[in-house]
Design a protein around this ligand. Structure first.
Ligand SMILES: *[C@@H]1O[C@H](CO)[C@@H](O)[C@H](O)[C@H]1NC(C)=O
Ligand SMILES: *[C@@H]1O[C@H](CO)[C@@H](O)[C@H](O)[C@H]1NC(C)=O
Ligand SMILES: *[C@@H]1O[C@H](CO)[C@@H](O)[C@H](O)[C@H]1NC(C)=O
Ligand SMILES: *[C@@H]1O[C@H](CO)[C@@H](O)[C@H](O)[C@H]1NC(C)=O
Ligand SMILES: *[C@@H]1O[C@H](CO)[C@@H](O)[C@H](O)[C@H]1NC(C)=O
Ligand SMILES: *[C@@H]1O[C@H](CO)[C@@H](O)[C@H](O)[C@H]1NC(C)=O
Length: 395
């Protein structure tokens, strides 16, 4: 490559980097602390409070495996708002009101995501039309190991591990909190802000009940009364960060008229079939339609403890099924491993801009003819001047 061309490429690369850095979500960082079972000495149940203090506001994430695995996201306009748990009430049959924030007036926005069920199904044979469903794994019915040993206060991670319904297998939810915006180093390399947290759904050594089993995760979201969730698909021609994956799906809340607060639950349409995620073990995942009006949240979860008993009959619920694997469903049987990541956050969802590489390629592709024209023009001009200068002495 000639030096001028190399310089041009370097310049374009720099430009690309600058463009994409500018488009990346900024925002100030947060001070994040993790508290396990605040106000209780028991480790037979799991409740993780992630407190993320910013400038004039605090985000509280409450993750728990009491009932169905659930996360509450509570946004408060106060640096000193505190989370309270009445454990007696929380572990009773009527947990409504067992989790609250003080001062109550500081809460500007609240939402919840509940992971209710894992379905397993397969097609008996290639010609069979109907899918056969195996008995469902009800996540509220699993036994959840103590979170205590998995808490990492530095990396801001914790892992909820559910066992019981399958010999030697686990269904886990690995949680990561963030203090700054950035991009995950492992696939699917989600872009995050300090206002978001990641949850990774992992199935490991859960013996499939057929050779071509596919799995489906059911996710329910709660929106404050009056708000609604909307399902969006964001497509891009750029797969630089997540090879071969061109779609991002997200559930965003449509805010009520009197508030601008909203949240998002976002995922790439990829799962991975090995502990070390790579392009080779990527599993396509697709989502089904969003269920709204008729949805009922059955069974216990900490969402009831915060939002109250009315939740089961609310119109503020939206639910979606996410399927992992294609028609043949062979992927899982290979390694008995599946992982899928999603991001939950306050505000507007992070948006992938074009990666520096793709911007450079586009700039080069679009720029080359222009550069050639310019260079061509310059050469002609110089040649002519040279000719004139050659002629001059003769004159
Ligand atoms: C925080 O609140 C103080 C006092 O209300 C205000 O002066 C300041 O601008 C606020 N800072 C931010 C980042 O909102
Ligand atoms: C906790 O809940 C129990 C049962 O509802 C109630 O009797 C008790 O007064 C509550 N404790 C506090 C501190 O609110
Ligand atoms: C495929 O499955 C259907 C019902 O599940 C069965 O009736 C049919 O005989 C099967 N076909 C073959 C080729 O095994
Ligand atoms: C579970 O693990 C035990 C001991 O490691 C082993 O003997 C048993 O065969 C395993 N069961 C299954 C279903 O894999
Ligand atoms: C899975 O495949 C093996 C051989 O490939 C076969 O022996 C076994 O019966 C199959 N199991 C099921 C549940 O279809
Ligand atoms: C998910 O799929 C299962 C099985 O088809 C169905 O019973 C359930 O209602 C679905 N849930 C949603 C949210 O679509």
């Amino acid at each position: 490559m000639p030096p001028s061309r190399r310089l041009l490429l370097a310049g374009l690369w720099l430009l690309g980097s600058l463009c994409s850095a500018r488009a990346a979500p900024g925002g100030s960082g947060r001070r994040v602390t993790l508290h396990y079972n605040p106000g209780s000495n028991s480790s037979s149940v799991n409740l993780l409070h992630v407190r993320a203090v910013g400038q004039n506001d605090t985000l509280h994430y409450v993750w728990s495996s009491i009932g169905a695995p659930t996360v509450l996201l509570l946004y408060t306009r106060s640096e000193s708002s505190t989370l309270h748990v009445n454990w007696t009430k929380l572990l009773s049959a009527a947990p409504a009101g067992a989790i609250w924030i003080e001062p109550a007036g500081s809460v500007v926005y609240s939402t919840a995501v509940i992971f209710t069920k894992v379905f397993e199904y397969s097609r008996a044979n290639a010609s069979a039309q109907e899918e056969q469903f195996y008995p469902t794994y009800d996540l509220a019915a699993l036994s959840w190991r103590s979170l205590n040993g998995t808490l990492n206060h530095t990396a801001l991670t914790a892992k909820f591990q559910g066992v019981g319904a399958f010999p030697n297998g686990t269904i886990s939810f690995q949680v990561t909190a963030y203090e700054q915006s950035g991009r995950d180093s492992s696939l699917p390399r989600l872009l995050h802000t300090a206002n978001s947290s990641k949850v990774e759904f992992i199935m490991e050594k859960v013996a499939p009940r057929s050779n071509s089993s596919r799995f489906m995760l059911e996710v329910v979201t709660v929106e404050e009364t009056g708000g609604r969730k909307r399902l969006q698909s964001v497509r891009s021609i750029d797969d630089e960060y997540t090879p071969a994956i061109f779609e991002m799906a997200q559930l965003v809340s449509e805010p009520r008229n009197d508030t601008t607060s909203s949240s998002f639950f976002q995922w790439k349409t990829a799962a991975y079939g090995d502990k070390v995620a790579s392009r080779e073990n990527a599993i396509h995942c697709h989502y089904h339609s969003l269920q709204m009006a008729s949805w009922r949240l059955l069974g216990p979860s900490i969402a009831h403890a915060y939002f109250g008993a009315g939740l089961g009959h609310g119109e503020s619920l939206a639910a979606i099924n996410i399927t992992f694997g294609g028609e043949d469903g062979k992927f899982y049987a290979e390694k008995n491993y599946l992982s899928w990541s999603a991001l939950l956050g306050f505000g507007t969802p992070p948006e992938d801009s074009f990666s520096p590489l793709v911007i450079t390629i586009m700039a080069v592709a679009l720029g080359t003819p222009v550069v050639l024209l310019l260079v061509g023009g310059l050469v002609v001009l110089l040649a002519r001047r040279k000719r004139y200068s050659e002629y001059e002495p003769i004159n």
